[in-house]
Design a protein around this ligand. Structure first.
Ligand code: ATP
Ligand code: ZN
Length: 299
């Protein structure tokens, strides 16, 4: 008997994106066993193999059609895309969706004691980065001729070592910059984890699983922010109450036993529900307000 073709998805082996990526797959229903060498997770209930690799290799694996899918930071995807284009090679990975983790920004930072007067003041200066292509494009877009110093790591200490005048590096909280007496002055790219796929057509059976997985990921993402709200409302306050429910289009209206003045309102809110929202609902006449987490959703 033929075994069905297995879909391959690459994720970061060990780093900032690993736990969230595995967690996302588990929420999509994947049950897996991890190979002894730790380089592969074998999907037991889906024809899916998860390859665990260095994040920088993920776009290349999709490019070379070793994997049909990959999860990696937009920063890496953009850098590779520009790199391929610069070498005259068509990038063979396309972005399917952004995922709600791995948020950071690629920023220009300079020693705290130095003045900054906008991009033009970077002309003729040396900027250390591990993202030479993204930085070069940003500089070119602004017509600034600076010298891009490509490093493979430890960018934040380059100014102190005299290897560069300033840096362009990933920042999330800014604590690393502060520890190195650097000041963030420009955001070059806002980044988060993204799902990429091959544009090359894949076999029918694989494609079906690919579509299913993408839909489930979308569902998992929507659920994270979503809440189910139930409340009682006076009929005449319905338009106002419906307008106060964040990110919900069509609330369900249910009659209540023993009264015609009040109804029950049920709605899925696709945005965060804050205490302030509940207080406004109450002020609009709502009572018995309940907010519940949503477990699964298939849009
Ligand atoms: P690898 O061994 O896989 O090459 P790495 O050192 O390149 O690991 P990590 O530091 O784990 O990678 O970062 C992986 C991704 O996490 C980054 O490319 C970026 O998209 C995201 N990220 C989120 N916040 C930060 C941050 N503060 N610094 C660096 N990366 C961040
Ligand atoms: Zn890396």
């Amino acid at each position: 008997m033929d075994t069905p073709p297995r879909l391959k998805l690459a994720i970061q082996k060990s780093g900032r994106l690993t736990d969230n990526s595995l967690d996302l797959l588990v929420r999509c229903g994947l049950k897996y066993s991890r190979a002894k060498d730790q380089l592969l997770c074998f999907g037991e209930n889906m024809p899916l193999d998860v390859l665990l690799v260095r994040d920088d290799d993920i776009p290349d694996l999709v490019q070379e059609d070793v994997c049909e899918l990959g999860i990696v930071g937009l920063n890496v995807v953009e850098e590779k895309r520009l790199g391929f284009r610069a070498r005259g090679v068509e990038p063979l990975f396309e972005q399917v969706m952004t995922l709600d983790y791995g948020r950071c920004r690629l920023s220009v930072a300079l020693p705290e004691d130095q003045r900054y007067d906008g991009p033009a003041s970077l002309a003729g200066r040396r900027i250390a980065t591990t993202y030479p292509n993204i930085l070069a494009r940003w500089l070119a877009d602004r017509g600034v001729a600076a010298q891009v110093v490509t490093l493979s790591g430890a960018v934040e200490i380059a100014p102190r070592l005299g290897r560069a005048d300033l840096i362009c590096d990933l920042v999330s909280t800014g604590s690393t910059l502060a520890a190195n007496h650097l000041r963030e002055v420009e955001t070059v790219l806002e980044s988060q984890a993204v799902l990429i796929r091959t544009p090359v057509p894949v076999a029918e059976e694989k494609r079906e699983w690919m579509d299913r997985l993408v839909k489930r990921m979308d569902g998992v993402q929507q659920v994270r922010e979503s809440k189910y709200i139930m409340l009682h409302a006076p009929r005449e306050a319905l338009p106002l109450i419906a307008s106060l429910l964040p990110g919900s289009e069509h609330p369900t209206i249910v009659p209540l036993e023993g009264t015609t003045e009040k109804v029950a309102v049920h709605a899925v809110c696709r945005e965060n529900v804050f205490w302030e929202t509940l207080e406004s609902l109450k002020a609009a006449g709502a009572s018995a307000i309940l907010v519940l987490p949503v477990e699964k959703m298939l849009p």
